[in-house]
Every structure is written in structure tokens, then in C-alpha cells.
Design a protein around this ligand. Structure first.
Ligand SMILES: [Zn+2]
Length: 248
């Protein structure tokens, strides 16, 4: 097994769930998240980045508005406030961009990293600081291949992931339509995407550089409660692991 934290939302059928299955067969003591000493996003500043002009068109433009409103509600919520035990507090969405990038078919994570670098360079539109998080939304139909950063491919190996380029943290929420990424209950695309966004947001806050909070076996805050959903207002979000109280 890799030594790095599990920075993905796994599809329900994924074989890496073997680790979870073996735990079910022989229950082990619950392991809390451990602080590995790396930085956290103390008061996260989210910029949503919608990749490609498809997001300006129906029905995607309404989804874009929905996802922005979701972040506004979730970032201010009492639920997110529970993460204070990890040294982070409620944050805010500081902006949104829709780019002209043309993505189609299978797109390498490397392409997304180049976009993050472009957007956070001088004049690029986003002034990044130690609290910044870019949340990237590829257009419908695009599969992200993150093999080079050990997250594999959308729908096969992940339903979302987070990483960093240099000091800039980013998360990716692919357009989810495959069954393995709609959760146990068969969520709508929209609800699966807010669930995954909540998972990756909380992991980015507590482990942005992959050296922060995770268990001895590499699970981050969202992984221990993956697809265990609740709601904030009308938005579907995932529960997160709170040391001492479990999925909350
Ligand atoms: Zn995760």
C-alpha cells in the first residue's frame, strides 16, 4: 500500500475497498486522524473554477449557480464548524471563474495543474495565499486521468480528488454520471457532486499538502465516512470524521 494519504473519493465498487472489507470481517479499533504536522487551510478561501464554456449553457449554467450556492451555505455551516478540532474554521467562497479551456474525452491531471498554475500566476485572475483552494469542475463527458499522481481515472479509480501544485491546493469534482460515483442510494448527478465536493473540501482543509491529518493507514477525514451523506439545508453533503465522535 502507498504511504501517501488517500486523496480520492473511491467509486463504490473499487478494489481498494478491500481494505474496508477486511476491516468489516475482523473489526479493528477505530483509528482517529493523526496530525502529521503539515499545514492546514485555517480559514479556507474557495474559488470555484468551471472549465469550458459548456458551463455557460443550459442546463449546466444552473448547476454552476447551484454549486456556488452550495459552497456559500456549506462553508458557513455549523456542520463544517465541527472541523475546528483540526485547527480549521469556517471559510468562504471568494470567487468563481468560468474558463475558455477546451477539454474533451480523457484529460490528464497534468492539464488541470497547468490551468491552476496559469490562473494563480500574476494576472491570471486568482491571487492565491495560504488559505486558497481552487475547486475545478471539468465539463460533462470528460474523464480525468490522474495516473501520474496516483489517483487513476474518473469512475474507475476515483469520483473526485485533491492535490496541490507547489503551494496551491486544488480539488477536482468531475461531472459524475457513472453508477459507481452516485453512491449507495443512487444520488442525482447534482447531489453526488455536492457530496464529493464536501469530501474533497474537508480533506483539502485538513490535509492540503498531503502531510496534515490522516490515519496511520492513510485515510483522510472524508474517507472514513465516504458516501455516508447528510444535508446542509437542501444540499447533500457527506459526513466527516470527527476525532472522538466518529462520522458527524
Ligand atoms: Zn478522500
Amino acid at each position: 500500500m502507498s504511504n501517501e494519504p488517500l486523496k480520492v473519493v473511491l467509486p463504490k465498487s473499487h478494489k481498494r475497498n478491500l481494505q474496508i472489507k477486511s476491516r468489516l470481517a475482523a473489526p479493528a479499533p477505530v483509528q482517529d486522524l493523526v496530525n502529521h504536522g503539515g499545514q492546514v487551510l485555517r480559514k479556507v478561501e474557495v474559488t470555484t473554477v468551471f472549465l469550458g464554456t459548456q458551463w455557460n449553457q443550459a442546463p449546466f449554467a444552473k448547476m454552476r449557480d447551484y454549486f456556488n450556492a452550495f459552497f456559500d451555505a456549506y462553508l458557513a455551516s455549523d456542520l463544517l464548524g465541527k472541523l475546528s478540532i483540526y485547527g480549521v474554521q469556517n471559510g468562504s467562497r471568494v470567487g468563481t471563474l468560468t474558463t475558455n479551456d477546451v477539454l474533451a474525452g480523457t484529460t490528464l491531471d497534468n492539464t488541470l495543474q497547468a490551468i491552476v498554475t496559469r490562473l494563480t500566476s500574476p494576472g491570471g485572475g486568482i491571487v492565491a495565499d495560504a488559505n486558497s483552494l481552487l475547486v475545478l469542475y471539468p465539463p460533462q463527458g470528460v474523464i480525468i486521468d490522474g495516473t501520474a499522481i496516483n489517483v487513476g481515472k474518473t469512475c474507475v479509480d476515483h469520483c473526485g480528488y485533491h492535490e496541490h501544485v507547489g503551494a496551491v491546493a486544488y480539488a477536482v469534482v468531475p461531472y459524475l454520471e457513472c453508477a459507481g460515483c452516485l453512491g449507495d442510494t443512487g444520488l442525482s448527478t447534482r447531489d453526488a457532486m455536492t457530496s464529493v465536493a464536501s469530501h474533497e473540501l474537508c480533506e483539502s482543509m485538513t490535509d492540503p499538502m498531503l502531510d496534515g491529518w490522516f490515519t496511520a493507514t492513510g485515510e483522510e477525514i472524508g474517507d472514513l465516512c465516504a458516501w455516508n451523506d447528510t444535508s446542509v439545508g437542501t444540499y447533500t453533503v457527506q459526513k466527516e470524521w470527527i476525532n472522538g465522535s466518529g462520522c458527524s
